[in-house]
Design a protein around this ligand. Structure first.
Ligand SMILES: [Zn+2]
Length: 506
């Protein structure tokens, strides 16, 4: 056998993503949907435990949230939809079946625009979550917690439009952002509120073949991708594994594999079941759904500005760079706070404009100040906390005032750091802090000259060194002036006046 040259393997990836919806109650009963509940088997009732004779009732809010997601992902919402029973046995499934949607999902045929490509979405449907099995280490028994059983679960399936691990990660990240903007789910992957599964196959591509003649390879499904990092690493590993198998002339087995994050490998779990194994049939205890035009219009009106729209608007309105925009889009609360501060600054500029003209590029300078102080200094103080938290005391008015003080040169950047820290700690407005602590910048030239003369007379050695050409001595003298004024002297003035004074001495 000769090695076959010019064969390239291209990955084709489709994603299946489960998302726990943020509703007050469970999907078919009035038990609380509380992911923070620490005690097992608290939020349970005969309905979600699958007792015989109980009847499920559809959670309308969950249906609305799935439709809202579908509309935001450019899906069509068919007028008719229904629930089906998916039959299988598993200890975490007390009914012996899961209520899901089979051939008539709530949403079909949308897409998510990732910029460089649009990933098509096959469907988004609604089902219920299972209970949680806990396997205590070293014990020969398992425990079960039914708090999660019956929580509304949304499943989103994409077309196999993704061609790399990076793209898959980008899709998942953008989806999470959209879900959070919509408020349909917190979609925290570490908490299992968003679970990603990837279907991966490779197809061979010889250099002169047209795409249509290419044959899709055998599909392998990967589970347990519990973080964005796992999504990327798991898929990358699987692409490599399959490539090696194909290159050695062997065949890929259709199966489900689990990602082992610690070992960094995928492990075979089971061979894939076919859909008919589940014996789907229409759920006899629930009426079919009829989605009216009125309901659709109502939900459409509730859709807020989405991440991509916000990116475009921030770029247009504030001329921010891409990096800052992304921070304000991902950190939605901080982005909203930024816009509140900017609205205060606009008012301030209007007032100043009455007296003197503030030009457009000056306003952009103000915008830049504002976004940089928020992203660098304020985020540093927040240490991961949110500007919407109870402990956050700086009002947008006070932050705007703080920015104007820097802009007008009333405080140096060094003092600004101290003022911001104090604002963060106490919530007091910046003018008060500056006044109380005597932090106003010294811009009086006569005052600075007086201090410089004093420093020169006390540091004759440094002055002599400078005269001999030692540049470092100049910096030393500046340092002395700044120390004397506790950082309050205007650095530019100090620089200028010190130069003048030293030249006089020469
Ligand atoms: Zn219940």
């Amino acid at each position: 056998m000769f090695p076959i040259l010019n064969i390239m393997y291209k990955p084709v990836i489709g994603l299946e993503i489960h998302i726990e919806l943020k509703t007050k109650t469970k999907m078919f009963c009035s038990c609380l949907n509380d992911s923070n509940e620490k005690h097992p088997n608290i939020n349970i009732c005969p309905i979600c435990l699958g007792h015989p004779g109980t009847l499920p009732v559809i959670n309308k809010e969950a249906v609305r949230k799935v439709i809202k997601t579908g509309l935001s992902l450019n899906c069509q919402i068919p007028e008719h939809s229904k629930f089906d029973r998916k039959n299988y046995f598993y200890p975490d499934l007390p009914k012996g079946y899961q209520i899901s949607q089979y051939d008539k999902p709530l949403c079909v045929g949308g897409f998510l625009d990732l910029g460089e490509k649009k990933v098509r979405i096959t469907r988004v449907h609604l089902e219920e979550d299972t209970g949680k099995l806990i396997h205590p280490e070293g014990e020969n028994y398992s425990l079960i917690d039914f708090n999660r059983a019956g929580i509304p679960l949304m499943e989103l399936v994409t077309e196999p439009d993704i061609n790399s691990a990076k793209e898959a990660r980008k899709f998942a990240e953008e989806l999470q952002l959209i879900l959070r903007y919509l408020g349909v789910s917190d979609a925290d992957m570490e908490k299992g509120q968003m679970r990603v599964e990837a279907n991966i196959s490779l197809y061979s591509e010889t250099q002169n073949q047209k795409p249509k003649t290419q044959k899709l390879g055998t599909k392998v499904e990967i589970k347990n991708l519990n973080s964005f990092r796992s999504v990327e690493q798991g898929i990358d590993y699987e692409i490599e594994r399959q490539t090696e198998i194909l290159e050695s002339g062997e065949k890929i087995i259709q199966e489900t594999r689990g990602w082992d994050e610690k070992k960094g490998i995928t492990v075979s779990q089971r061979e894939k079941e076919e859909a008919h194994d589940y014996r789907y049939f229409p759920e006899p205890d629930l009426p079919p759904l009829h989605i009216s035009k009125e309901l659709l219009n109502e939900i459409k009106a509730e859709i807020p500005e989405l991440p991509q729209q916000r990116r475009e608007r921030l770029a247009k309105e504030y001329k921010l760079d891409e990096k800052n925009i992304e921070i304000f889009v991902i950190n939605k609360d901080l982005g909203e706070y930024f816009e509140k501060v900017m609205s205060e600054l606009r008012n301030w500029v209007k007032e100043v404009e009455m007296k003197q003209k503030v030009k457009r590029d000056e306003f952009l300078k103000l915008t830049k100040f504002c976004s940089n102080y928020l992203i660098t200094d304020l985020q540093g103080l927040l240490k991961g906390a949110s500007v919407t938290g109870e402990d956050f005391l700086i009002t947008p008015e006070n932050f705007a005032e703080f920015i104007t003080l820097i802009y007008e040169g009333k405080i140096s950047s060094k003092i600004a750091k101290m003022v911001l820290e104090e604002m963060f700690r106490s919530g007091i407005d910046p003018s008060h802090i500056i006044e109380e602590k005597g932090l106003v910048k010294i811009t009086d030239e006569a005052e600075i000259e007086r201090i410089i003369k004093e420093i020169i007379s006390k540091n004759q050695k440094a002055v002599e060194d400078f005269k001999k050409g030692k540049v470092a001595s100049f910096q030393y003298l500046i340092g002395q002036v700044m120390a004397k004024t506790k950082g309050k002297a205007d650095p530019q003035l100090v620089n200028k006046i010190l130069k003048q004074q030293l030249t006089k001495l020469k």
